[in-house]
Design a protein around this ligand. Structure first.
Ligand code: 5AD
Ligand code: SF4
Length: 441
């Protein structure tokens, strides 16, 4: 291998993209690339993109425009677009932005080294296949880097739910679960490299049904139990889940599996049955609330998070009030809320009963005010309590260390004993806008 070339990756969107960016960096590591935090001196820039809402997709084009001067200064600079915009738009990206050299979808980035070589030979490759082979089995491996204490592990990809607003079933494809034995091996490798907490990722992660080592499919709960047997792995989380795939054994895991953390991201999208039906969610507000009750019966301190869409076509004031009522009755620790964005190719994009933008914005503001009140209240309720914190990295202030509590709150502690990778009991003394502060107990 010749001298190291520099790779700058910018990641948009969800945690799966964060994971994929790491895998792409490893794959190109085998071709002699090392990552850099600065686009200015890069030999290759990759944008790992998100297509979930229009704003996310448009960001890619404005970012690409900014690279014009870099490419003028360095004609050898290669620019690639990866991820879900790449999948959705393919070669169109190169037509719209001619400085793009390669386009690679989320299912084919194991082919990046070959594509990079093709680019150097003067080609402009586009690969948005959904190949038969599993990209994870074909990823070239660069040097095994040491890892931080918290890592992601993709266990499932794609989605068969087809919510009417969502591009995921088209950009990420059909639901595919990775075999359990491979995941256990990958988790062991992460733990060997210093990882103490693993978040299992999937667009519809609780639909996981991967091949078990001795035949038969494993559920997500079964996989979690197997991972929990790895010495040195202290914490397990998973995201994102669909209410209809929340099986009995997974609910029970919140009671029975001590390594499974008491935090669950369980999007509901709307509190109105009329809108849920139009969204093709296949559950009602009531069934969601009943599910939450069962989860809380298993784990009374479970911290809940969710996703909401306001201004879905046809949403009336009464529908929106139902969403507000659902939020009040659940009490979220944290949540994400969005204005509906019509995505080309999805069934909802065909609807004519669009909601006026100012109406949607007003609803979003009301919902976000309620959700941030709940978030503040959930954080304030931690003050005086003792939580367990996995320290991850230094904070902004001298001597300060930041970690996550079991409830996924960021916790700051200033104490030389709080070393990255260690887990300690911490008494919470105050609550700030986005984090808690505490002292070792
Ligand atoms: N418009 C607005 N929000 C959307 N989401 C998915 N598709 C859309 C869309 N077309 C939101 C959902 C989902 C989260 C990842 O993004 O709330 O759970
Ligand atoms: Fe999209 Fe999630 Fe619905 Fe699947 S379950 S279609 S990823 S919103």
């Amino acid at each position: 291998m010749s001298q190291a070339k520099k790779l700058y990756i910018k990641t948009y969107g969800c945690q799966m993209n964060v994971y994929d960016s790491e895998r792409m960096a490893e794959a190109l590591g085998a071709s002699g690339y090392v990552t850099t935090d600065c686009a200015d001196d890069a030999d290759m820039i990759l944008l790992n993109t998100c297509h979930i809402r229009e704003k996310a997709a448009e960001k890619v084009y404005s970012e690409l425009g900014r690279f014009k001067t870099l490419k003028a200064a360095n004609p050898d600079l290669r620019i690639g677009v990866a991820g879900c915009v790449a999948q959705a738009e393919g070669a169109e990206i190169m037509r719209r932005q001619p400085l793009v050299d390669l386009v690679v979808g989320p299912q084919t980035y194991h082919r990046l080294p070959a594509m990079e070589a093709a680019v150097r030979a003067g080609a402009r490759p586009v690969d948005t296949d959904f190949p038969e082979e599993d990209k994870f089995d074909h990823l070239p491996r660069g040097p095994r880097a040491k890892r931080g204490p918290a890592a992601f592990l993709t266990v499932q990809e794609g989605c068969d739910k087809f919510c009417a607003f969502c591009v995921v079933p088209y950009t990420r494809g059909a639901e595919v679960s990775r075999p359990a034995a491979r995941l256990v091996a990958e988790a062991r490798d992460l733990v060997d490299r210093g990882v103490r907490e693993i978040t299992l990722l999937g667009q519809n992660v609780n639909a996981y049904h991967g091949a078990g080592p001795t035949g038969g499919d494993w559920s997500l709960a079964r996989l979690i139990d197997a991972l929990a047997e790895i010495d040195g792995l202290a914490r397990i989380r998973f995201t994102t889940s669909h209410p209809n795939d929340m099986r009995e054994d997974l609910i029970a895991a919140f009671a029975d599996q001590p390594k499974l953390m008491p935090y669950l991201h369980l999007p509901v999208q709307s509190g109105s049955d009329r809108i849920l039906k139009r969204m093709n969610r296949k559950h009602s507000a009531e069934s969601y609330l009943a599910l939450i009750a069962r989860l809380r019966a298993a784990r009374p301190d479970l911290m809940l998070s969710g996703d909401f869409i306001v201004g879905f076509p046809g949403e009336t004031d009464a529908d929106f009030d139902d969403t507000m009522a659902l939020v009040r009755s659940v009490g979220y620790g944290q949540a994400y809320s969005f204005k509906y964005s019509a995505r080309p190719g999805t069934p909802a994009a065909e609807r004519k009963d669009m909601i006026a933008d100012d109406v949607a914005s007003a609803r979003l503001a009301r919902l976000q005010a309620l959700l941030s009140d709940q978030q503040r209240a959930a954080q304030a309720a931690m003050v005086g309590r003792t939580v367990s914190v996995l320290f991850e990295k230094p904070g902004r202030l001298p001597g300060q260390m930041v970690g996550k509590s079991e409830y996924l709150h960021a916790v700051h502690v200033t104490d030389p004993r709080a070393a990255p990778g260690t887990i300690a009991r911490v008494r919470i003394v105050s609550s700030g806008p986005n984090s808690l502060a505490g002292e070792l107990a």
